[in-house]
Design a protein around this ligand. Sequence first.
Ligand code: PBG
Length: 328
Amino acid sequence: MAHVTFRPRRLREKRLLRRMVRETALSIDDFVYPLFVTHGRGVREPIGSMPGQFRLSIDELLKEAKDAASMGIPAILLFGLPAEKDPRASEAYAEDGVIQQAVRAVKDRVPDLLVITDVCLCEYTSHGHCGVVEDGVVRNDPTLELLARTAVSHAEAGADVVAPSDMMDGRVGAIREALDESGCTETPIMAYSAKYASAFYGPFREAADSTPQFGDRRGYQMDPANGVEAMREIALDIDEGADIVMVKPALPYLDVISRAKSEFGVPLAAYSVSGEYAMIKAAGQLGWLDEKRAMLEALTAIRRAGADIIITYFARDVVPLLEHGAEA
Ligand code: PBG
C-alpha cells in the first residue's frame, strides 16, 4: 500500500467534513437584488431573456420588496423605465420620476430594506447613451451635472446608497460634491468603478430598453482586455470619495475582483450581470446543466475571488438554499 502522508481526499469524503473545512461561504448578508421599475399599476411584465425577472409597477415592486426583506435580503438595486425618453434624460432627475416615486414608496412601506439606486442616463435618453450627446459624441463634462442632479434627487427621495454606473470621468467627485451641498453628506456612493464594455449586458438592455441607438459604449466603458487600468479606475473613484467600489461583470472578471480585493482595503462589490444570469437560466432550461448547482458555483466563485457584496438576479433563488448548507 502506498504510504502517502497527506491524502487530501480524507477531508472530502464526508459532507459534514467538507462543510467544516470549506473556505468560502455565501451569506445572505452579501446579496443585493436588482429590480426594474416601470410606470403604471398592476404591471408585472416578464423579461424574455431573463426568466424569473419582471418589469414591475410600483405596487408590484412593493410586493417584491416585502418578499425580499422577509427573506432577509438586505438590499435592492433599482433601475427605472421612464414614461418618455429625451436627449437630456429629463426623467432621470425629475422629482416625480419613476425611481424617485419608487424609492419613496419602498422606504415608506418596507423600512427594513436598503434601497440602492442606479445612477445613469442610458435608460432615460432617447439615443440610449449614458451621457449627453453632442455632434455624435458622448460628452463627459456636460454629463456630470445631470448625473449629480440625478444622484441628489435619488438621495432626497430617500435612497440609502447611490450607485453611478455611467463611467464618465470625474463623476464620483461631482456626485459627492453635489450630495454634500444638498445636505446629503451621509449618503454613501457605491461606484461602478471597473465597468467593462461587455456583451453580457445584452439581456439588461432588452429589459431596460437602453441599447444605444448609434455606436456602442466602448468610448466610455472599459476595454475587457485591461486589468491594470481597472486598478487605476478604482483608485480614482476611492480618491473622489467612493465608499464602495465595484467590478462588473463578475464571472469573466474574477481576476480583476481578486486583484482589487488585495490592492484596496475598501468594501468591494461585484455585479453578476444579466448575461451571466441568462446563460445559466437558458442552459438550465435546456437541460444542459444543473441550474441550481451552476448558480451556487458561480456565486461562490465570485465570493472566493474577493467580493464582499454580490449583486445578482439569483438573490431570491439562492437565499433559501443557504440555510441548508447547500453545496455547489
Ligand atoms: C446602466 C447599467 C447597465 C447595467 C447596469 N447599469 C447597462 C449598460 O451599461 O449597458 C447592466 C446590468 C446587467 O447587465 O445586469 N448603464
